[in-house]
Design a protein around this ligand. Structure first.
Ligand code: 13P
Length: 254
């Protein structure tokens, strides 16, 4: 049985005050939800404030990125150890906005993933194809390359702390979500790939969540798919009612 996982990626949004308000509202609405594992990933400067609001609730704190190393001369970077120190359980790596807008490649993402796991963080690893890649039938090879590049040398024990987020680039922030069928097909492919690389136990226990224009209106259809184990939510996670609704839908359909 895979426990559904729903995470909110706040991206470069909120202010100190609005981040606190949002966290407070979420604690009130879904802070005791037991059927779904929930995390929110605010911007770095607000981690401590949001963490303080989440304290005592079941909602975990996550970060949106990290550097592979724990310390050193890396101006502007934040280390996995610092995230743990700030109260984070989760970190997102390989988000398409960092792959495509900031030029991050699989080997760098792999180093981050290893660094995060060594610091005892749990990792949300994002993969997904662009619209051109989908149109030229390259979805599977792109996703496979990203998975292979990022998960190289990872042990089964370490994989237990990884959630894979399938986020088709064309569905992110566009309002055009993948259909439940499109998402399910890629999730099935990812599970098959995990089976081949890590064996059946890992394949059946690893959670694969969908991200890309998820909202309270389309969440049920997506989450009803057998291989869609949750959601990584961007825009809709900035609205407490919307995000709480998605979490509650996950609790009721899974
Ligand atoms: P949207 O939900 O805004 O499309 O963003 C998805 C995403 O990128 C989550 O990481």
């Amino acid at each position: 049985m895979r426990k559904p996982f729903v995470a909110g990626n706040w991206k470069m949004n909120t202010t100190a005050a609005s981040a606190e308000c949002l966290a407070e509202a979420l604690v009130q609405k879904i802070g005791h939800q037991e059927k779904v594992e929930v995390a929110v990933c605010p911007p770095f400067p607000y981690l401590f404030r949001v963490g303080a609001k989440l304290a005592g609730s079941r909602i975990a704190l996550g970060a949106q990125n990290c550097h592979p190393d724990n310390r050193g001369a890396f101006t502007g970077e934040v280390s996995p150890m610092m995230l743990v120190d700030a109260g984070c359980k989760w970190v997102i790596v390989g988000h398409s906005e960092r792959r495509h807008l900031l030029g991050e490649k699989d080997d760098f993402i792999h180093r981050k993933l290893v660094g995060a796991l060594l610091a005892n963080l749990h990792v949300i690893l994002c993969v997904g194809e662009t619209l051109d890649q989908r149109r030229s039938n390259q979805t599977e090879i792109v996703v496979e390359t990203q998975l292979a590049g990022s998960l190289e040398s990872i042990s089964s024990d370490q994989l237990a702390r990884v959630v894979i987020a399938y986020e088709p680039v064309w569905a992110i922030g566009t309002g055009q979500n993948a259909t439940p069928d499109q998402a399910e097909k890629v999730h099935q492919f990812i599970r098959g790939w995990l089976d081949g690389q890590f064996g059946e136990t890992c394949a059946t226990t690893t959670r694969i969540v969908y991200g890309g224009s998820v909202n309270s209106g389309n969440a049920a259809g997506l989450l009803q798919q057998p291989n869609v184990d949750g959601a990584l939510v961007g825009g809709a996670s900035l609205n407490a009612d919307e995000f709480a609704a998605i979490v509650n839908i996950a609790a009721s359909v899974k």
